[in-house]
Design a protein around this ligand. Structure first.
Ligand code: SF4
Length: 375
């Protein structure tokens, strides 16, 4: 029997500095710790289940705190171990710190096909508030270097709802990203994560942060601006030029299987969701000892599995394909959730037909509330 297919995610958790809003599993770069972590990752890769990789995604943290040669070697190992096709989508998240953006030709030659740049803003004051250390002009230079090295699939992350952000500033960031002619854009609303410096700031001074109405206005601005520029709004926070959706993330939203490697990484295989410990030393110690990585595991079954699949599908422009859903989960969504669907259709949040249930434009603004009705 051939190995099951899964998207492969690899977490590289070191960063050149720590941003005050961030809740990811991440640490300030330390050479010895980064080397030990890479050895742990190697051990985990060797011991990983035999799956056939469809896409590969290096997230973080800041993956480009590692040297290009290290990333190229890691990519080669993963490609061989999981049998990725030559033309598989391989994404590397990068920080546009110019000192870390070298060796792009080596990365491209290693089969990395896509760069996702954590820009967040092109407005110097906003970058300062976010604790980001790059300048807007650095992003232009990073994109130039990437193109010169042969990257033709570049994504930029932007953030709205930043304290002090004006509509003019948000438009400036969107326009600057568009001017770089990238293929993909992610626009995320700032979320306040417990335990971060931003959470403490919010507790002291909530008025410094955008409220829901303001966030909705900024989100609407992004939808208008990017739509007018020819980007397809294919997922709540994601916009792509035709043919440039992120295949790796689409697999998540289609409730496909994925294998996560590294500290804090999540996996979903055969209806079982698991997540590795977020304690780096616990992770590294276990991986290097060839012991199971501590973490949590839960089997999603019945209504929970169905609700989760609907919630994920609704994030996408196409929504739930009801026939495919019935075949895969044995559930007729329109019958099972009739009253919730009718209520939200009446409120203008959902739209349904014989073959689909999807969010309306308005529904996308309150997607979490709509999705909650299916959980
Ligand atoms: S936002 Fe990105 S660069 Fe900043 S600390 Fe978090 S993972 Fe690191």
């Amino acid at each position: 029997m051939s190995a099951a297919r899964a998207a492969i995610y690899v977490h590289l958790p070191f960063c050149p500095y720590i941003c005050p809003y961030c809740d990811f599993a991440k640490w300030a770069y330390d050479g010895a710790a980064a080397t030990r972590y890479l050895a742990a990752l190697d051990a985990e890769i060797a011991a990983a289940p035999d799956v056939r990789g469809t896409t590969l995604f290096f997230g973080g943290g800041t993956p480009n705190t590692y040297e290009p040669a290290q990333l190229a070697a890691l990519t080669a190992r993963l490609r061989a171990r999981f049998g990725l096709a030559d033309d598989a989508e391989v994404t590397l998240e990068i920080n546009p710190d110019l000192a870390l953006c070298t060796g792009f030709a080596e990365l491209r030659a290693a089969g990395i096909t896509r760069l996702s740049i954590g820009v967040q803003s092109f407005v110097p004051d906003e970058l300062r508030v976010l604790g980001r250390r790059h300048a807007p002009a650095d992003v232009t230079e990073v994109v130039r270097r990437a193109r010169a090295a042969g990257f033709e699939n570049i994504s930029i992350d932007l953030m709205f709802g930043v304290p002090g952000q004006t509509e003019v500033g948000w438009r400036q960031s969107l326009d600057a990203a568009l001017a770089l002619e990238v293929q993909h854009l992610s626009a995320y609303g700032l979320t306040i994560e417990d335990g971060t410096p931003y959470a403490r700031w919010f507790a002291r001074e909530p008025a410094a942060f955008a409220d829901d109405t303001r966030e909705a206005d900024l989100y609407a601005l992004a939808i208008d601006r990017l739509g007018a520029a020819g980007f397809e709004h294919y997922e709540i926070s994601n916009f792509a030029r035709p043919g440039f959706r992120c295949a790796h993330n689409e697999n998540y939203w289609r409730n496909g299987d994925y294998l996560g490697l590294g500290v804090g990484a999540a996996s979903y295989r055969d209806g079982v969701r698991s997540v590795h410990t977020r304690d780096r030393e616990t992770y590294a110690g276990a991986a290097l000892a060839n012991a199971p990585i501590p973490g949590e595991t839960e089997r999603l079954a019945g209504d929970e599995r169905v609700g989760e699949a609907i919630m994920l599908a609704l994030r996408m422009r196409e929504g739930v394909d009801t026939a495919a859903f019935r075949e895969r989960y044995g559930v007729d969504v329109r019958t099972r959730y009739r009253s919730a669907i009718e209520r939200m259709e009446a409120d203008g949040l959902l739209q349904s037909g014989a073959a689909f249930v999807r969010l309306t434009e308005r529904g996308r603004f309150v997607a979490n509330d709509v999705c909650a009705a299916f959980l």
